[in-house]
Every structure is written in C-alpha cells, then in structure tokens.
Design a protein around this ligand. Structure first.
Ligand SMILES: Cc1cc2nc3c(=O)[nH]c(=O)nc-3n(C[C@H](O)[C@H](O)[C@H](O)COP(=O)(O)OP(=O)(O)OC[C@H]3O[C@@H](n4cnc5c(N)ncnc54)[C@H](O)[C@@H]3O)c2cc1C
Length: 152
C-alpha cells in the first residue's frame, strides 16, 4: 500500500508524508541519507506537527466546509499578498449580510492541505460549495458582484 524503494524503505516527502494522506513514516524505516537518532527525532517532530495539522484540516473540511447544512463560500488567500488580504473585508461583509451561507477564509500559506482538497493551488480563489459539491470557482478579479452571482 505504501510506496517503497527497491530496498523496502518507505518513500516520503520532506513533511514525512507517504503516498497515502494521513500516513507518515519516520526514522529508520524511511528512505533517507542518514539513519541516526538525531534524524529520527527530527522526522518525528515534523510528522507530529504535520499529523496534527492534517487532523484539524480534516475536521474543518468535513464539519465546516463540506457539511450538509448550509452552503459554503470559501475564500483561499495568501496572507503575504497584499491584494488578496484586501479582499478579506469583502468576504467578511458578505458573511454579515448572508447568514444562510457559511463563509470560511483560509490562508493558503498556513493550510495548503485544505486548498489542495478544493483543487486550488494558488490564492486568491473563491470556491462556492453547495450540496457538498464544488459548484463554482473564481480565481481572478474577485469582486463583490461576482461573489453574489456565483452564490445561488
Ligand atoms: C548497532 C547500532 C549502533 C548505532 N549507533 C548509533 C549512534 O551512535 N548514534 C546514532 O545517532 N544512531 C545510531 N544508530 C542508529 C539509531 O539506532 C537509529 O537510527 C534509531 O534508533 C532509529 O530510530 P527509529 O525509532 O526509527 O527505530 P528503532 O529505534 O529501531 O525503533 C523501532 C522500534 O519498533 C519496534 N518494532 C519493530 N517492529 C514492530 C512491530 N511489528 N510492532 C511493534 N513494534 C515494532 C522495535 O522493537 C523498536 O523498538 C545505531 C544503530 C545500530 C543498529
């Protein structure tokens, strides 16, 4: 089930993620340059942090974004990009005037896992989700009018 090299060592990326989401490999079982206590401990720290983040992203995705109650509008932005930060106020205003829609703002830099699940690789992007399905995305020139027009 897990990708291995020819020697049977598990293949991971630098976040210790294997080919299966939520499954991590650390220490001597990994395919890596130096198998020592110091590197095993570092692997463990990275994987522990990643696993915690993965679990919280799963919770947000299932309970907040893809829930069966209210439809969702997700704004994926990049906190280091001034233009995409400015649009946050547009989404906050939209949230205040649409109590029937759940609005979530996600910083892609902090939560790229959530963006990936929504098929978004770059911010800014607005994703409209209804009936647990992605209905529409706007990935350029996001305006108040455009947001209003997709959220139907
Ligand atoms: C002789 C020797 C000397 C070394 N000297 C040094 C050194 O001086 N400095 C250094 O930094 N590194 C050294 N290392 C390497 C270091 O020991 C390893 O890199 C480190 O222990 C890896 O940690 P780990 O947690 O990945 O694996 P391990 O420490 O091997 O831990 C794996 C654990 O999993 C258990 N296990 C295995 N299969 C199962 C199973 N099916 N179910 C439940 N449990 C299971 C094992 O019993 C073991 O307790 C040495 C290694 C050896 C063999």
């Amino acid at each position: 089930m897990l990708d291995m090299n020819r020697g049977g060592y598990l293949i991971t990326n630098e976040r210790m993620e294997t080919n299966i989401p939520g499954v991590y490999a650390v220490g001597d079982v990994r395919d890596k340059f130096l198998k020592q206590v110091a590197t095993a401990v570092g692997d463990g720290a990275v994987a522990g942090y990643g696993a915690e983040k993965h679990l919280s992203e799963c919770e947000i995705f299932e309970q907040q974004i893809m829930n069966e109650g209210k439809p969702s509008l997700v704004y994926i932005y990049n906190a280091v990009d001034a233009d995409s930060r400015e649009l946050l106020s547009v989404f906050k205003e939209f949230e205040q005037s649409h109590s029937d829609i759940r609005v979530s703002c996600i910083d892609i830099y902090k939560s790229d896992g959530l963006a990936k699940r929504l098929g978004v690789s770059n911010g800014p992007c607005a994703v409209w989700i209804k009936d647990c399905k992605i209905q529409e995305k706007i990935d350029h020139e996001i305006t108040k009018e455009q947001i209003e027009s997709i959220c139907k």
